[in-house]
Design a protein around this ligand. Structure first.
Ligand code: 13P
Ligand code: SF4
Length: 359
């Protein structure tokens, strides 16, 4: 049973508080926890009354993550779970592109996101018009986009991918006989997928790259973009070296949005859920988690016997927008609703369905 499921079985605010204190007593100060427990209790009651479900990304802060979501996970798991939902309302505790994915997969349901400001630097790095320009430069080349993009970009895409299946999707297309794939918008994820698939990288002319002139016949190539995650781009090999100097037996886990040299230095690279599972399943003296730092709290809450190190200067400001206060407000006032034009839903859906089929 997950931490959040245990909290949701509570019959009173006091019981909610006691469960949360047991799990989070070392992570969240007690005064704050009491306020959070009241909010969590109200949210869980209202959720049942309104036939709503809450999906929580692994980056949600510890008090929220461990009290109100019906399901937690990485982008792929949450997309899959939202596709299976029969709730009237889906509250997405994550960022806007994730809530849009849930809407695309559930057009007839109400999808709410608790804050309008939960963006993403990767999603903001590319528009549908940009994708059309790249497609015009490389006609007939299939387009793969990382799910960290908005619906208008998904609508221009052949297949989406997430951090847990990016290399698999690229290999699938290479195996189908495509030598080139347009792979957008994360420059570092593209480096990592290219490394895993033995592919070259070429940047399109539209962002100052050599474009077509650099393509070599028969050579597997990913045509990339210059988007980056403002959180993961900050991690460096020096961070790993510094920690290993102090604790040589540290196992380093890094998200594939990190630079290639960081991934090469790490012991494991995988999606947020991949990292959660690694700490759960693989015994090690200690772990360094190179990703958004709130996730470290959630891993510690689940595995209090494990020693987890993280670099907490790196917090995603967009994920941090989602709070228990705003989640209650979203439920009480039905806001903020994700609405998308039908045409974007239809075209975006095709790219997500293809990803789910390949997966
Ligand atoms: P995951 O799909 O691994 O959860 O990643 C989402 C994300 O935004 C990472 O920064
Ligand atoms: Fe976007 Fe990076 Fe935040 Fe993930 S951590 S939501 S990629 S800005």
């Amino acid at each position: 049973m997950s931490n959040a499921t245990i909290v949701q079985a509570s019959k009173t605010v006091d019981e909610t508080f006691e469960h949360m204190k047991k799990m989070l007593g070392k992570i969240v100060p007690e005064v704050e926890l009491r306020i959070k427990a009241e909010l969590a209790f109200k949210i869980n009651q209202l959720k049942r009354e309104k036939n709503a479900i809450i999906l929580g990304h692994n980056y949600m802060d510890a008090a929220l993550f461990n009290s109100v979501p019906d399901h937690v996970g990485d982008s792929l798991a949450l997309a899959r779970l939202s596709a299976e939902s029969d709730a009237d309302i889906i509250i997405f505790c994550g960022v806007k592109f994730m809530a849009e994915t849930a809407k695309i997969l559930n057009p007839s349901r109400t999808v709410l996101i608790p804050s309008r400001d939960a963006g993403c630097s990767l999603a903001a790095s590319i528009t549908a018009e940009d994708v059309r320009k790249v497609k015009a430069e490389f006609p007939g080349v299939p387009v793969v986009t990382y799910v960290n993009c908005y619906a208008e970009v998904k609508a221009e895409t052949d297949v989406c991918c997430t951090s847990s299946n990016a290399a698999k999707v690229a290999m699938h297309l290479f195996d189908q006989g495509h030598d080139q794939i347009i792979f957008l918008p994360d420059a570092y994820l593209t480096q990592n997928v290219a490394g895993d698939c033995g592919a070259e990288i070429v940047f399109p002319k539209v962002i100052g790259g050599p474009g077509k002139d650099a393509l070599v016949d028969g050579k597997k190539t990913l045509i990339s973009w210059n988007g980056t995650c403002e959180v993961h781009e900050k991690f460096s090999v020096d961070d790993i070296t510094t920690v290993r100097k102090q604790f040589p037996d540290t196992v380093v886990l890094a998200h594939p949005e990190c630079k290639r040299e960081v991934i090469m230095e790490a012991d494991y690279s995988g999606s947020t859920s991949g990292m959660v599972k690694y700490v759960r399943d693989v015994d090690a003296p200690r772990y360094l988690i190179l990703t958004e730092c709130a996730m470290g709290d959630n891993i510690i809450a689940e595995n209090p016997h494990r020693e987890v190190l993280r670099l907490c200067s790196h917090r995603c400001p967009h994920m941090g927008e989602i709070t228990l206060e705003d989640t209650l407000d979203a439920l009480e006032n039905n806001r903020y609703e994700i609405t998308l034009p039908e045409d974007l839903i239809t075209r975006g859906r095709a790219s997500l369905d293809r990803m789910l089929e390949i997966n």
